[in-house]
Design a protein. Structure first.
Length: 552
C-alpha cells in the first residue's frame, strides 16, 4: 500500500498542517508585537531627545544667543541615530538647522508634519510631542526616518523678556523638528524576524519529527502488524499472534484479533476432526452395509438351500427306506437257501454293502431334514461353565487320540439364556472340525492345541465363547463357503458338509454374532457372541457373521 493512502500519513499531514498554521500565526503575531514595541521605544526615545533639545536650547533662545543654539544643535546632531535638527517659526521659516542649506527657507504648511496642527480653521495646540506629531518617511538612500514635531511655547519668561518680547496671546512661538534614523530599529526588526522565522521552522521541524515518530510507533506499526496479521489469516495461517503489551485501543484490538484467530484455529481443528470422524464413520457404515448385504445374501442362500434340502429329503426318504428294507429281506432269504459257501458269502457282502450305503444315504437325508426344518429352541437360564466342561469331557478322548491339548477357560459370571442341547451341538461340531484340522490326514504333523474360552461382557449384555485351534487354517475360498450345505474339505467319505450349516441355523436362532479369523497355516479362531437375555418371542432372528484373516 502506498504510504500516502495510510491513516498514519493522513494523521501526520493533519498534525503538521495544523501546527504549521498555528506557528505561522503565532510568529506573525509575535513579529507585530515586537515591531510595535520597538517602534514605541524609538518614539519614546525621540520624544525624550526632542524634549532634551528643547530644554537645552531654552535658555539660549530666551536671550537670543543664536551661536549657542547652533552649537547645542550641532552637538546633538552628532549623536547616533539623529539625522537632523531644525527649528522653524510659526510661519514656517527655518531659523536654526543642522543642515545649513535649510536656513531661512520656508516649509510647506501642507506637508505631513504640519497637517496635524494646521488641518482645520483653528490651529491645534498640542500639549507636548506625541505619536500624532510624528511621521515616518524614506530618506534619499532608502532607509526610513522618523520625524518628531515639538512645539516651542510662549512661556511667561519669554513673553516678559526685554530682548524679543512676544505678546502673551501667542501660545506657540515655533516648532522643533527632530529627525531620527530608523535603520537600526529596522535592522533589529529584520533580525528578530529572521530569528522568529528560524525558531518557527525549527519548532515546526521538531514537532513534525516528534509527531511522525509518535505516529509511527503508536499508530503506524500496530496498524501495519494488524494489517499483515489479517492478510496472513485470510491466506489460511491461523497461528498469527500480535503483541498487545499496552492498554490503548490498538492493543485491545490486537488482543481481540488474537482471540479471534485462536477461536478460528479451534473451530478449524474441530471441523477437521469432525470431517475426519465423519469420513471414518462413513467408511464404517459402508463396511457395515456391505457386511449386512453379504449376510442378507447368505441368509437368502441358506433359506433357498434349506427349502431345496427339505424337498430332496422328502423325495429320497421313502425310496431309500424301501431299498434298505428289501436289502435286509434279501439277506434273510439268502441265509435260508442252501447255496455254495463262496456264493453265499459274496451275495451277503454285496447285500450288506447295499444296506450300509442305503443307511448312510438315510443319515444324509436325516441331516438334510435337520438343516431344513430349523426346529424350535427351548431357552432357559444356563451356567455356561458346566456346559463348556461337559463339551470338553465329551471331546477329551477324541482329542487325545489325535495328540491335541484341550484347554478350557471359564468365568464366574457365566449365566446366559440359551438352549443348552443345541448350543452343545454347535460347540461339539466346532471342536470336531478343529481336532480334525490338526490331524495327519490333512498333510501336517499330528498334534496341536485346542482352546475353549468363556469371555463375559456384562457392560455390553453379551457372552462370548471363543473356540481356537492351531490347525492348518482356512483359505479365503473355504471361509467364503464354509457355512454352505454339502461343502467340505475332508477327503474321506465321512464328511457330508452339513455340520457347520446346522450350527449356523442354531446360532441364528440364538441371535448370535459369529466372527471367524483364519489364514492358511495359522489356525482358526471362532468367536461366538450371544445376548445374555434373548429378545422377546416373535422378534426378528438374524445372524451376523464376519470372516477375517488372522495372525494366530
Amino acid at each position: 500500500m502506498r504510504i500516502t493512502r495510510t491513516i498514519a500519513f493522513r494523521l501526520f499531514l493533519l498534525i503538521v498542517s495544523v501546527q504549521t498554521i498555528v506557528l505561522a500565526l503565532l510568529t506573525y503575531a509575535l513579529l507585530r508585537v515586537q515591531e510595535s514595541a520597538l517602534m514605541e521605544n524609538v518614539e519614546s526615545s525621540a520624544v525624550r531627545v526632542s524634549e532634551m533639545i528643547r530644554r537645552a536650547t531654552r535658555h539660549s533662545m530666551m536671550f537670543n544667543r543664536n551661536a549657542d543654539v547652533d552649537g547645542i544643535l550641532a552637538a546633538m546632531a552628532g549623536e547616533p541615530g539623529i539625522e537632523g535638527i531644525r527649528v522653524y517659526s510659526k510661519s514656517g521659516e527655518v531659523a536654526y538647522s543642522t543642515t545649513s542649506s535649510e536656513l531661512h527657507t520656508t516649509v510647506d504648511m501642507n506637508a505631513e508634519a504640519c497637517v496635524s496642527c494646521h488641518a482645520g480653521s483653528t490651529l491645534a495646540n498640542p500639549h507636548s510631542a506625541t505619536r500624532d506629531l510624528s511621521r515616518i518617511f524614506a530618506a534619499a538612500d532608502g532607509h526610513r526616518v522618523m520625524g518628531l514635531i515639538t512645539p516651542i511655547r510662549n512661556e511667561a519668561q519669554c513673553a516678559d523678556a526685554d530682548c524679543h518680547a512676544h505678546p502673551a496671546s501667542r501660545t506657540i512661538l515655533g516648532v522643533l523638528d527632530v529627525k531620527m534614523s530608523l535603520a537600526q530599529a529596522d535592522e533589529r526588526v529584520a533580525d528578530a524576524r529572521r530569528e522568529l522565522l528560524s525558531a518557527s521552522l525549527a519548532a515546526a521541524l521538531l514537532v513534525g519529527l516528534i509527531s511522525g515518530g509518535f505516529i509511527w510507533l503508536v499508530v503506524r506499526r500496530p496498524v501495519s502488524r494488524l494489517t499483515e496479521g489479517m492478510r496472513m489469516v485470510s491466506s489460511g495461517d491461523l497461528t498469527q499472534r500480535l503483541p498487545s503489551s499496552s492498554r490503548d485501543e490498538l492493543s485491545q484490538l490486537a488482543g481481540t484479533f488474537n482471540f479471534m484467530t485462536q477461536e478460528l484455529a479451534r473451530a478449524r481443528s474441530e471441523v477437521t476432526a469432525w470431517s475426519e470422524t465423519l469420513e471414518q464413520k462413513v467408511r464404517e457404515k459402508t463396511a457395515d452395509l456391505e457386511q449386512a448385504h453379504r449376510q442378507m445374501l447368505s441368509v437368502e442362500k441358506m433359506a433357498s438351500l434349506g427349502n431345496l434340502a427339505s424337498s430332496v429329503a422328502h423325495e429320497l426318504n421313502n425310496p431309500l427306506e424301501g431299498i434298505l428294507t428289501f436289502a435286509r429281506l434279501l439277506m434273510k432269504r439268502v441265509q435260508r437257501f442252501a447255496l455254495p459257501p463262496g456264493d453265499e458269502r459274496a451275495m451277503m457282502e454285496d447285500l450288506k454293502l447295499m444296506a450300509d450305503e442305503t443307511l448312510r444315504c438315510g443319515n444324509i437325508v436325516k441331516n438334510l431334514l435337520v438343516f431344513a426344518r430349523q426346529r424350535g429352541v427351548s431357552f432357559q437360564q444356563v451356567h455356561m461353565g458346566p456346559l463348556l466342561d461337559r463339551c470338553a469331557l465329551l471331546m477329551n478322548h477324541h482329542a487325545r487320540m489325535h495328540n491335541v491339548e484341550l484347554h478350557t477357560t471359564v468365568a464366574e459370571d457365566d449365566l446366559m439364556e440359551c438352549d443348552p442341547d443345541q448350543l452343545q451341538q454347535v460347540l461339539i461340531a466346532l471342536m470336531v472340525n478343529a481336532i480334525e484340522a490338526m490331524g495327519p490326514a490333512l498333510g501336517r504333523d499330528e498334534g496341536g492345541k485346542l482352546s475353549l474360552e468363556l469371555r463375559p461382557a456384562p457392560a455390553e449384555g453379551r457372552m462370548r465363547i471363543v473356540v481356537s485351534d492351531t490347525g492348518i487354517g482356512m483359505s479365503e475360498e473355504t471361509k467364503a463357503h464354509m457355512f454352505e450345505p454339502f461343502y467340505t474339505t475332508k477327503s474321506d467319505s465321512k464328511g457330508v458338509g452339513l455340520g457347520l450349516s446346522v450350527a449356523y441355523g442354531i446360532l441364528e436362532r440364538h441371535h448370535a454374532v459369529i466372527d471367524v479369523a483364519s489364514a492358511p497355516g495359522r489356525g482358526t479362531v471362532f468367536t461366538l457372541s450371544f445376548p445374555v437375555r434373548q429378545p422377546a418371542a416373535g422378534g426378528p432372528q438374524q445372524l451376523t457373521s464376519s470372516v477375517e484373516g488372522t495372525n494366530a
